[in-house]
Every structure is written in C-alpha cells, then in structure tokens.
Design a protein around this ligand. Structure first.
Ligand code: ATP
Ligand code: MG
Length: 354
C-alpha cells in the first residue's frame, strides 16, 4: 500500500512542518500612493499532523499568507519553511518540486465540467506525468478515501455541492502533499454538508497524518475541527494558540467570537454576573458556580449561556442572576465575596452594569 494511505503517527513526522519567520509582504500601491503592507512580520510555527485555523477580517492578509505558503507570491522578506524547505528562496523547477508538498482546496472546486469526478482527480497526476496504471491505482484509492465510491464516473453537473468538494479535496491530495491548505473550504456549503466535509478533513488527518491549514471566516468551523487558531489583523498576528487556550481566554480578541454569549432577557430584578469558566482552576461546570453562589447565601439562575466542548473539555460562558433566598438581589458584601472566590478559582467573573 502506498505510504500516503497507511496510518501515520504524526509524531513521526517533522515536528514543525510550517515555520514562518519575520514574513513580510508589501505591495506597491496601484496608482502610486503609499505601499500596502499586506503582511507586516509574521512569526508562526504550525505543528505537523494538526488542523490549524487562520481567521481574520477581509483584508487582514489571509490570502496573501496562503499565496506565500504555496510559493505563488514571493515575500518581500522573511522565511517560509514547509517541511524543512524555504519556499521563498526557490524558483523554477526547485519551487515546482517543493510545491508538491502542498495541496490546495478552494471554496469552489472549479472542476472541469467535461471530465468525470475520477478524471478531475487524475488531472494533476497527468500534468505531473504519472504513468497511466499508477494514476488509475491512485485515483481509485483517492475516490475511496474521500467517500466518492459509486460517483467516480459522474460529471460535476451530476454531483452535489458536498460531492464536488470531495473531488476538490481528492485532487488536492493527489500528489501526496505533507500539507493541505484549504481556503474557505465550506463557505459555499449548507450546515449538514459542512459537517460532513469537516468530518472528512478530520478523518484524513487521522488516516494520513497530514497537516491541514484552514482559512475560514466561520467560527463554527474553527470550533469543530481546529486544534490551533491564529487571528490575523492588518497583516499581523493578534492572537494564536491552541483552540482551548484561545477560546477560554476571555481577555483575548477571539474568545467572544468563538464562544459568544447570547443576549439575556432585560428587566431582571437581580445582580447579573458574567462568568467564563473551564479554562483553568477547579471549576469545570455551571453546577460548580451555582454551588459556590449557594455557599454565599445566594440563589443563582442562568439567564443566558453557551457551553462548548473543545478537545473534550467544557468551556462555558454564562450570565447568572443572583438573588438572596428572600428573592431580593444579593448584598454587595455577598457579591464581593463570591467574585473574589471565583477569581481564586480561575473563573473570570464580572458584574454586568447597565
Ligand atoms: N496584488 C496586490 N496588489 C496590491 N495590494 C494587494 C494585492 N493583493 C492584496 N493586496 C492588499 O493586501 C491586503 C491583504 O489582502 P488579502 O487578499 O491577503 O486579504 P484577505 O484577508 O484574504 O481578505 P478577504 O477575506 O477579503 O479575502 C489588502 O489590503 C489588499 O488590498
Ligand atoms: Mg482572501
């Protein structure tokens, strides 16, 4: 069996598969104004065998970063190492060879309409000059790998959006890359199909040990599949780290987007406190918070909340309404003691003021 399709222990691969070192990209302004700093000094290490999310507003530099990673764009300065090779320093045939380590998946697979699914998957192998027998064997493996068995002879017009994206993923994997770069891979799909495609990407990571980088604006995608997340703002990294750390850091810019607290009802006659828990300390569940409130003579009810399980760990953000047992709002002293104890337990808690 081809090595690409055996189960690979990610720890056996290069431990840091992608290293960006002081990466900058400055475009001359069209029309001669100030140059545009698309990437203003990016330092980033992405481990092998993991799924990395890159998020950021429009114009933050995501596509420029991807284009530098694929060697389509030459950086103004800095290193772009993929699997130990500095892509930025290569040209011509050496660059083409290095680019085989990198597969691409796009929002729209842009398949050739005149070709079947199998023929679309075979296309990059034909261009690379892979002999016919080898090509057919590999396409058959890829069809099975991405769950297209029975559909391989369909033309794109006879495939659903999810099946078309499966063809796009198989095509991205054809050259047995070390890294699969996915640019908004699910943005054109409905919710159910998105989950299926994300399930496929997770499965590929497990089966192939491949490193996946996903550019997305969908926080649900990040929550569902990413091990790490990096936020780009104006060409710079403003937050990066393991998903659990980033989601559970209420002071960071991404936490509120990854775990947004839904709006609470208005006009509640109680002291309202927002609590972020689960990241550090002993407090792991909302019951812990409610029990602590009880210990301070207060009854806590949850008026808004969101609880996500990330890498097997609950991370929650809730709004509690605190009342004394005579149904009056908790006293200032009781509240201060409750907040102090929460703080000592690693729960970030803040009274909501009008
Ligand atoms: N070829 C170019 N020439 C001049 N400026 C460019 C060029 N390519 C990108 N830029 C500028 O660089 C900045 C980053 O663009 P980029 O396309 O990387 O953003 P993005 O994060 O991918 O945005 P989006 O989410 O809208 O796709 C923008 O200000 C953009 O206008
Ligand atoms: Mg873009």
């Amino acid at each position: 069996m081809n090595q690409c399709f055996s189960r690979v222990d990610p720890r056996c691969l290069n431990p840091v598969v992608i290293t960006l070192d002081s990466l900058t990209k400055v475009f001359p302004a069209p029309g001669g104004g100030d140059p545009v700093v698309a990437l203003g000094g990016i330092d980033l290490h992405l481990d092998a065998g993991r799924i990395h999310g890159i998020v950021g507003r429009s114009g933050a530099g995501k596509s420029t970063l991807i284009r530098c990673l694929t060697g389509l764009e030459k950086p103004t300065s800095g290193r772009v190492e993929v699997g130990g090779t500095d892509i930025a320093a290569l040209d011509g045939s050496a660059l083409r060879a290095a680019r085989r380590n990198i597969g691409m998946v796009f929002q729209h697979a842009n398949l050739l309409d005149s070709r079947t699914a199998a023929q679309n998957i075979a296309h990059p192998l034909e261009i690379a000059g892979v002999p016919r027998a080898e090509r057919e064997r590999r396409v058959a493996e890829l069809v099975e790998l991405v769950g297209l068995t029975g559909r391989e002879h369909n033309h794109p017009a006879q495939l659903s959006g999810g099946q078309i994206q499966r063809v796009g993923i198989a095509r991205g994997l054809a050259a047995e890359p070390k890294v699969l770069l996915c640019d908004e891979p699910t943005s054109a799909l409905d919710g159910g199909t998105t989950r299926q495609i994300l399930g496929l990407l997770k499965d590929l990571r497990e089966r192939l040990g491949i490193t996946i980088v996903i550019i997305t604006h969908e926080m649900g995608v990040v929550r569902e599949v990413c091990d790490t997340v990096t936020l780009l703002e104006d060409g710079r990294i403003s937050q990066t780290g393991d998903l659990l750390d980033v989601a559970g850091d209420p002071h960071g810019p991404l936490s509120g987007e990854l775990i947004p607290l839904p709006p609470a009802p208005t006009g509640i006659d109680a002291v309202l406190v927002n609590c972020d828990y689960g990241q550090t300390g002993r407090f792991r569940t909302t019951e812990d918070l409610i029990r602590l409130a009880e210990a301070h003579g207060a009854h806590a009810s949850i008026v808004a909340g969101i609880i996500e399980t990330i890498n097997g760990r609950q991370v929650g953000r809730v709004q509690l309404a605190l009342r004394n047992h005579d149904d009056k709002p908790i006293s200032p002293e009781g509240l201060a003691a409750f907040l102090t104890e929460l703080d000592a337990e690693g729960v970030v808690a803040k009274e909501v003021t009008a």
